[in-house]
Design a protein around this ligand. Structure first.
Ligand code: 3PG
Length: 535
């Protein structure tokens, strides 16, 4: 039974989805402080959060059963990603689902600022009719400067263009924006944007690089009378510097949905300013966005916990968001190759290289390398090792993990090779045929064609007559059934790879080891089932 903790308010659509899945139970516990979350987190396989709960390194220090955290929303600055990675816990988000709602809220904030809507509303409700005081300004013809041109930035740009604003954007990762047909001017530097904007709206993630990026120097450079909007993350704008800039009359007003500390302190100087319009982090709080993020987060979490599919990963790179059936078959192959090769690597591992041969596999190489390495190194690691923390684990032990794409390799099918250097060198080749079953094509210099599954016994022997008979009889006498077998030879040596119905008893191993011409024996326990192509 999978156990999931919902630690933030999640829309009913998401909870309903959890209720409908067999073998899953969930608890909703909102507002847990970090120490209480830390105390219970290890009992759950999955955690669902929004921005309200802090998943700190202390919370993740004893991960217990926890395998994944799904963020129903975008920002994951409330989750310690490095700690999650170290703990082998996958962190996923739902990057698309609340884009439109956040963009619409941004536009609402811009209009609220331009037309003094909150203050005018409050005065009228208090019995005053003061039209002259609230004269606003038109948006058409004004310049909106966007700090960040990701999903939300683009959606805001499209809406601002419809309001006949000019839009300029600064994003170090965007050199041109074909999606808006060249109607957004791309600023070469933040300064260019600061010089141009009448309204400046932030659409960046909070990182060490963006924390405080709009501060006193930036306000000093902006056009007098500029208006500031932040519906992205508190902390990107230096709040103290904003207070000063508003008091000095340089900034005419600010509309803020997010704050450096949420909720902001009751005596906040920023909120006390009449020029500041504010909302309590409502950007994504619409019926539509909450239903969408809840469903997407639940689906992503269940896909990972039940089907090992990864999407929206935030703390691993190189894992594709969507895997086709052949991609999945190659991922499975890579894991099996890693597990099989691990049985040969008792002399230590210094360097692991996964090479893809063939054009269609090159893009999958980083993911294949992670899966293969995790299976290869897992027997040498006392803690949980998986595709999330394998790179971190290897780095901490000085093991080099490499992946290489050989898109123009000759041969009829795409292939994968996994090579290990350490005390000894070993290489294994594999592929996936049209039936989507994994095949091992060679182990070291021994060619073969074998489906790697279940209990695998590798027997290296001198290439002499009688060895096969001896192995078959020995296992048969002890009741061990052979399901499949590959024989291969190289120079005067041979390798026999047997797939057994069950792990052999100790007497069988002892008898085989002392047999004539047997050089060495290795075992690998692989997943038993190989699904292959749909019939
Ligand atoms: C996000 O990062 O998705 C938004 O800031 C929304 O946050 P919320 O889910 O806490 O409303």
């Amino acid at each position: 039974m999978l156990r999931i903790l919902v630690a933030d308010k999640l829309a009913e659509e998401g909870l309903e989805r959890l209720r409908r899945v067999d073998n899953v139970t969930f608890d909703v516990r909102i507002g847990l402080p970090p120490n209480e979350l830390a105390a219970c987190i290890g009992k759950y396989d999955g955690l669902i959060v929004r921005s309200g709960v802090k998943v700190t390194a202390d919370v993740l220090a004893q991960p217990g059963r926890l395998q994944a955290i799904a963020r129903a929303g975008v920002g994951v600055d409330n989750v310690d990603l490095a700690a999650a990675t170290r703990a082998g816990v996958l962190v996923m988000n739902t990057p698309d689902a609340n884009t439109i709602s956040t963009a619409e809220h941004t536009i609402a904030m811009i209009l609220a600022l331009a037309r003094h809507i909150p203050a005018a509303c409050a005065e009228l409700k208090s019995g005053q009719w003061n039209r002259a005081k609230f004269e606003g300004s038109q948006l058409a013809g004004k310049t909106l400067g966007l700090v960040g041109l990701g999903r939300v930035g683009r959606a805001v740009a499209a809406r601002a263009l419809a309001l006949e604003m000019s839009v300029i954007a600064y994003d170090p990762f965007v050199q041109a924006d074909p999606s808006l047909e060249g109607r957004v001017r791309i600023a070469k530097s933040l300064d260019v944007l600061l010089d141009a904007a009448d309204y400046l709206s932030v659409h960046a993630v909070l990182t060490d690089a963006t924390r405080g990026m709009i501060g006193a120097a930036e306000f000093a450079r902006m056009k007098p009378g500029v208006r500031i909007i932040n519906c992205a993350r508190g902390g990107i704008i230096d709040e103290a510097a904003l207070v000063e800039a508003i008091r000095a009359g340089r900034v005419a007003g600010a509309a803020l949905d997010v704050f450096a500390s949420e909720p902001p302190p009751e005596d906040s100087a920023l909120l006390a300013l009449p020029q500041v319009v504010c909302t309590p982090h409502l950007g994504a709080s619409t019926i539509e966005a909450q239903a969408a993020v809840a469903v997407e987060a639940v689906d992503a979490l269940l896909d990972f916990l039940l089907r090992e599919q990864i999407r929206g990963a935030c703390n691993v790179v190189g894992l594709p968001r969507w895997l086709s059936p052949p991609d999945r078959a190659y991922i499975d192959l890579a894991s099996r190759m890693g597990a099989l090769l691990a049985s040969l690597c008792d002399q230590g591992i210094r360097e692991v290289t996964l090479t893809t041969h063939g054009s269609s596999l090159a893009v999958l190489a980083p993911a294949l390398a992670r899966f293969a390495s995790a299976a290869l190194l897992a027997p040498y690691c006392n803690e949980r090792l998986n595709v999330i923390n394998v790179e971190e684990f290897a780095r901490s032990r000085g093991i080099v993990l490499r992946h290489v794409g050989e898109p123009n390799a000759p041969g009829p099918t795409d292939r994968v090779s996994l090579a290990v250097e350490g005390g000894e060198q070993h290489t294994i080749h594999g592929t996936v045929f049209a039936d989507l079953l994994p095949r091992i094509l060679s182990i070291d210099d021994y060619p073969m064609n074998l489906v790697p599954a279940g209990t695998m016994l590798l027997i290296f022997n001198d290439d002499r007559p009688g060895v096969i008979g001896f192995v078959g009889t020995t296992l048969g006498n002890l009741g061990v059934n052979i399901a499949d077998m590959a024989l291969s030879r190289h120079a005067d040596r041979a390798l026999m790879v047997l797939r057994l119905d069950a792990p052999p008893p100790r007497e069988a191993v002892q008898a085989l080891q002392s047999g004539p011409s047997i050089l060495s024996l290795r075992f690998a326990a692989l997943p038993p089932n190989v699904s292959g192509a749909e019939p």
